[in-house]
Every structure is written in structure tokens, then in C-alpha cells.
Design a protein around this ligand. Sequence first.
Ligand code: DGP
Length: 113
Amino acid sequence: MSDTLFQKIIDRELPADIVYEDETSLVFRDINPVAPTHLLIIPKKQISMIAEAEEADQELLGHLLIVAGKVARKLGIEDAFRLVVNNGAGAQQTVFHLHIHLIAEREFSWPPG
Ligand code: DGP
């Protein structure tokens, strides 16, 4: 898998507004926010999309959700936020390094678009 923009952010070759980091994950603000708070939660491991994740990634994927809750609490938005994972170009995925969008502080409706 070739390096994506997000690998360059992990490697500090590209700047990003980083709000959380630990050994296996990184959280930074989306460059094109669709809400006042729009974060991207990524594993440091290169996994292109959720459909490419394996059994061995189980703990890592669970960790990303725990990080989502932790960051939401840190920012005081734990009462209302939405997590979105776009899988594949047909679902509007544009960066092929797995990421969870965390969106908050906007009106939400259901079903999503
Ligand atoms: P997706 O469409 O699900 O693949 O989302 C990719 C998101 O990544 C999109 O909302 C814009 C964001 N993005 C793309 N390039 C950069 C970048 O260089 N820096 C940051 N912070 N976000 C980026």
C-alpha cells in the first residue's frame, strides 16, 4: 500500500491540527469540516478501508471507538456526536487510509445522506 496523506500526517511530513495521539492512533481536525467539530480518528497501522481489516485488527478497531469517546469527553461534546466510516469510492471514501469521521455541534437528521 502506498503512503497516503494520512501517513504523511502520522510521520509529521504534513501539518495537521492534532487533538489526540497514542501509540496506535491519531486524531486530527478535518481540513474540510462539515460541522464545527469534525475530527478524523485513524489507526497508525496502514489499513486502506474497513473491508480490508482482518481478525488481527480487532483490538485496534475497538480501540478507535474508545478513543472516539475519550476525545468527545475531552472536548465536551459527548452528548451528541456522529461517527461515520466511508468504505470505498462508491461511498465517498477519498483517502484510502482507514478513518472514522467524528462530527459534532451541528443539527443531525436521519437517515444520513
Ligand atoms: P473520506 O471522504 O471519508 O475519505 O474523508 C477524507 C477526509 O479527509 C475529507 O473529509 C477531507 C480530509 N482530508 C483530506 N486531506 C486532508 C489533509 O491533508 N489534512 C486533513 N486534516 N484532512 C484532510
